[in-house]
Design a protein around this ligand. Structure first.
Ligand SMILES: Cc1cc2nc3c(=O)[nH]c(=O)nc-3n(C[C@H](O)[C@H](O)[C@H](O)COP(=O)(O)OP(=O)(O)OC[C@H]3O[C@@H](n4cnc5c(N)ncnc54)[C@H](O)[C@@H]3O)c2cc1C
Length: 527
């Protein structure tokens, strides 16, 4: 059996491609996923997100190198390793980004990536359950809905924003992204709507679509400079004449796979003992991510979602409501509210994002914290620091090296510092202060800028949006052209979050699906 398309990775991007490219029954498509099927019920119940952090078999569970500007800490980077990829373990926030993000993309990669074009694609993909206006789509494959039962603290957070004179927005993907509000989520009837559910499930019974799960691709095979297929541990998959391999392994694994296949910085590949098929210095470079810091407080009441014996009756009711009707507290995506603000008025778009959690959240949910608390995250949306993915070993089963290089650009720390102070003001505003017993992190003893900076270095973490490591562009130094075609070889594309020419000022799941849909359309037009 040979295939017209071999897609590596059934994540946010890969599932979109599998659906679109297999729509023609004459096209044979093989989708290869390293992780298992998405059967675990914790994937589908939104609040199961908290439990997923402990399930190492659904998660690559990466760690960065020691970060020089974060007290040499190794940061934990979860990534989905299951059908749906990271869209099966993420917080389900539906966010497109700011129009200016895409104007910047268009300058780098051409008009297909400009705001009017990508806006149309976002709308086509969308099936918005509650917002029926010109900004939103209905009837598309991706269900987007309001949260069923936001915690009262999330609404108190919005009131605290008003008390701090911050604007409110009823729709982050509408006329203006700026302001605080409740997030819309990729859910339907209270269940997660991952990329696998939206795009793969409806296509799975097509006889021309083959899905291999539990199958990790080791490298792309070539004849000369033309890709011929992929090598797995104990089998090879082969392309039909004129076919293509598409890497959709995400911002860490796609550049790793390119390097394992001989495409990357020549000296580095030689150091690893790998043959150099094409010297491409930018493979793995330009790594950008949203660095995030939190303010936490213990509460004087039981409004939050807590870990405490007194929460048990509520948990039982929530389980019952969820199982019976897909409703109730366990439909919470945890990060229920948030918003976009500018760290200073001179910015051309909001450059800080909040994620408000009506619960304690420690160590990415891996460390349970007893009692009732709240956590307010703030991240720098447009960091200038850049890092790199490289190989730690020529062994395809070994994790790649991640050097995020956070705060290496001097402009980034002041932005996060401003955000940190604003987060604190929000928690001290009357609407939240009436619930708060005491600030637990960073704690009242942390007062001066120097102390806050030290706390950022000691505690900041990823908010899970690595992108840019196989940058697309019109310039010859970019890893791919604006259609995701890898420069220097034939019949090989990258289509996932690694293509982003600049990081989005928002969450990255919907933009990654939009990338896949845009490139699928280009391919079907013969591009
Ligand atoms: C904990 C968490 C929370 C997040 N919350 C949000 C949110 O609320 N909203 C939002 O917009 N974004 C969120 N994100 C980010 C968003 O989910 C990602 O940006 C997006 O899913 C990336 O899509 P992708 O297709 O590039 O990669 P992925 O979805 O990660 O897909 C890559 C797939 O490729 C597979 N793969 C990799 N290597 C191989 C190989 N060698 N062989 C076979 N298969 C392979 C992987 O197992 C995976 O299934 C979150 C991410 C995480 C981890």
């Amino acid at each position: 059996m040979t295939y017209h398309y071999i897609i590596v990775g059934a994540g946010s991007a890969g599932c979109v491609l599998a659906n679109r490219l297999s729509a023609d029954p004459a096209t044979r498509v093989c989708l290869v996923e390293a992780g298992p099927p998405d059967r675990n019920p914790m994937i589908h119940m939104p609040f199961g997100l908290a439990a997923l952090a402990h399930m190492r078999w659904l998660n690559w569970g990466y760690e960065t190198d020691p970060e020089p500007n974060l007290n040499h800490r190794r940061l934990y980077w979860p990534r989905g390793r299951v059908l749906g990829g990271s869209s099966s373990i993420n917080a389900m926030i539906y966010m497109r980004g700011h129009p200016q993000d895409y104007r910047d993309w268009a300058a780098a990669a051409g008009p297909d990536w400009d705001w009017p074009q990508v806006r149309r694609v976002f709308k086509d993909l969308e099936d918005n359950q509650s917002l029926h206006d010109d900004h939103h789509g209905r009837g598309g494959p991706l269900s987007v809905s309001d949260l069923d039962q936001p915690n009262p603290l999330s609404r108190a957070f919005l009131r605290a924003g008003a008390e701090c004179q911050l604007p409110q927005t009823a729709d982050f993907n509408g006329a203006t992204q700026e302001g605080l509000g409740l997030y819309q989520v990729t859910q339907r009837h209270g269940r997660r709507f991952s990329s696998a559910r939206a795009f793969l499930a409806p296509a799975l019974d097509r006889p021309n679509l083959t899905l291999l799960s539990g199958a990790q691709v080791h490298r792309v095979t070539f004849q000369g400079r033309r890709a011929t297929g992929v090598q797995l541990r104990d089998q090879a998959l082969t392309l039909a004449e004129g076919g293509e391999v598409i890497l959709s392994g995400g911002a860490i694994n796609s550049p790793q796979l390119l390097m394992l296949s001989g495409i990357g910085p020549g000296a580095h590949l030689r150091d690893m003992g790998l043959p150099v098929l094409h010297n491409a210095p930018e493979v793995g470079a330009n790594l950008a991510d949203h660095l995030d810091v939190t303010v936490q407080a213990a509460l004087n009441d039981r409004t939050a979602i807590g870990i405490a014996p007194s929460f048990l009756p509520r948990a039982l009711r929530a389980t019952w409501q969820y199982l019976r009707r897909g409703k109730g507290e366990f439909t919470s995506n945890v990060a229920e509210a948030g918003g976009f603000v500018r760290s200073d008025p001179g910015r051309d778009r909001p450059n800080l994002q909040f994620h408000f959690i009506p619960a304690y959240l420690h160590n990415h949910g891996r460390q349970p914290s007893l009692g009732y608390g709240l956590t307010l995250h703030v991240c720098d949306l447009l960091p200038k620091s850049r890092g790199r993915i490289s190989l730690a070993s020529p062994d395809p089963m070994a994790a790649a090296r991640i050097q995020a290089n956070y705060l290496s650009h001097p402009d980034d720390l002041p932005v996060l510092l401003n955000g940190f102070k604003l987060a604190r003001r929000l928690i001290q505003a009357p609407a939240l202060a009436r619930h708060v017993r005491r600030e637990t992190l960073p704690g009242p003893q942390v007062l001066t800028d120097a102390q806050l900076e030290a706390d950022i270095r000691a505690r900041a973490e990823t908010i899970y949006h690595p992108v840019g490591t196989c940058r697309m562009g019109r310039d010859p130094a970019s890893v791919t052209d604006p259609q995701g075609r890898v420069r220097g070889v034939e019949a090989l594309r990258v289509v996932d979050a690694s293509l982003m020419p600049q990081i989005i000022a928002g969450n990255t799941n919907a933009p990654t699906m939009m990338i896949a849909e845009t490139i699928a359309r280009q391919m079907l037009r013969g591009g």
